[in-house]
Each structure stands twice: as C-alpha cells, then as structure tokens.
Ligand binder design. Structure first.
Ligand SMILES: [Zn+2]
Length: 143
C-alpha cells in the first residue's frame, strides 16, 4: 500500500491481530465470516482462540454468513470527540447492533440518509466499503 492510499482515509483503521486477521481478510473479499464451532454448532463472535463452549480449537472454522439480519438495537451519534475531525461530516450517524439471521450480533454502521429512518426490527443487509486497498469495512443498509 502506498503512503497516499494509507493516508487518504482519515478515520481509524482496524489493527488486525493473528486472531482477527482472517475476519478482515474475508471482508476484503466482501465476505462476512465468523468463527463457527462444528462440534457445538454455535457461532463465535468476537474471534476467539478456542470455542468458549467446548474449549476446543480444532472445531473452529470461518463460516460465511448471509449478511442478512435485523436491527436489534441502535444509537444515534450526534456528537463526536474527535481531534482528527474525520467523523464530523458524518454526524448524525447510526451505530446498530445487528442480529444476523444465523444468530450472532455485530455492531456496525447502519447507513441511512437520516437517523429517523431506523427502527428496531428493520431488515438490513451487509455491504462492504473499500476504504483503502487493505481494508473493506462491513456496514449495513436497510433492505
Ligand atoms: Zn465448541
């Protein structure tokens, strides 16, 4: 990645660890994947080194999700303490807790032109914003 590409995105970028790097790599390919324990048949989020249920790491796999879900809860951000000013033009914006159809819940942006458009229970689907050559961020839009 060139320095220009790196600096053209003013907001904070993810800082992948060995544990979270697969998630971000799949996002780069526009796939929403989470860990799934094939023994317990349970989704695991956030990424973990072993299944919190059975304690095994051998049964974890990165399984693809549909990207479809509904708004479980949300908040409207109307003020940001942000020295970089990078978020100022986004205000107000919506951070939702999205309940994916497969079960796990993930915090993400809900992209709408006005926060009043969002209600609990709204159907949403994931899309990916390619913010740099290295990172695509999963966000949600109303169906
Ligand atoms: Zn398990």
């Amino acid at each position: 990645m060139s320095r220009d590409q790196q600096t053209s995105y003013a907001k904070t970028l993810p800082e992948p660890t060995p544990l979270t790097k697969p998630f971000w790599d799949f996002c780069k390919g526009h796939e929403l994947r989470m860990q799934f324990c094939t023994q317990c048949l349970e989704w695991i989020w956030y990424p973990k080194a072993w299944c919190p249920n059975c304690g095994m790491r051998e049964h974890l796999e990165w399984r693809r999700l549909s990207g479809n879900g509904s708004v479980y809860s949300f908040t409207v951000i109307r003020q940001v303490i942000d020295n970089s000013q990078a978020f100022q033009s986004d205000i107000p914006f919506v951070i939702g807790l999205i309940e994916l159809d497969e079960g796990p819940r993930i915090y993400s942006n809900v992209s709408v032109t006005s926060p009043e458009q969002v209600k609990i229970g709204d159907r949403v689907s994931v899309y990916f914003e390619d913010v740099t050559t290295e990172f695509s961020l999963p966000k949600f839009k109303k169906d």
